[in-house]
Design a protein around this ligand. Structure first.
Ligand code: ZN
Length: 72
């Protein structure tokens, strides 16, 4: 639990990763995401991706291809 409090990362992401959620990503809504620890504004695209993840990876596969696709 100390890790949860001390982390500079998204609280939701940390929690989800601790639950072995490989799709964990910054939620854009928690205190860490919205706090002053992040100098840049929340990227709306990240929030959108998170919304897709909440609905499942099949919801918008194009928007999830953030990494290089080996099939390309
Ligand atoms: Zn967050």
């Amino acid at each position: 639990m100390a890790e949860y409090v001390a982390t500079e990362r998204c609280l939701i992401e940390v929690l989800r990763r601790r639950l072995d959620d490989e799709e964990a990503a910054r939620c854009g809504r928690c205190a860490k995401c919205l706090g002053s620890t992040f100098p840049t504004k929340i990227d709306p695209e990240l929030v959108e991706v998170q919304g897709c993840l909440d609905r499942g990876p099949e919801a918008a596969p194009e928007q999830l291809s953030l990494t290089d696709d080996p099939a390309e």
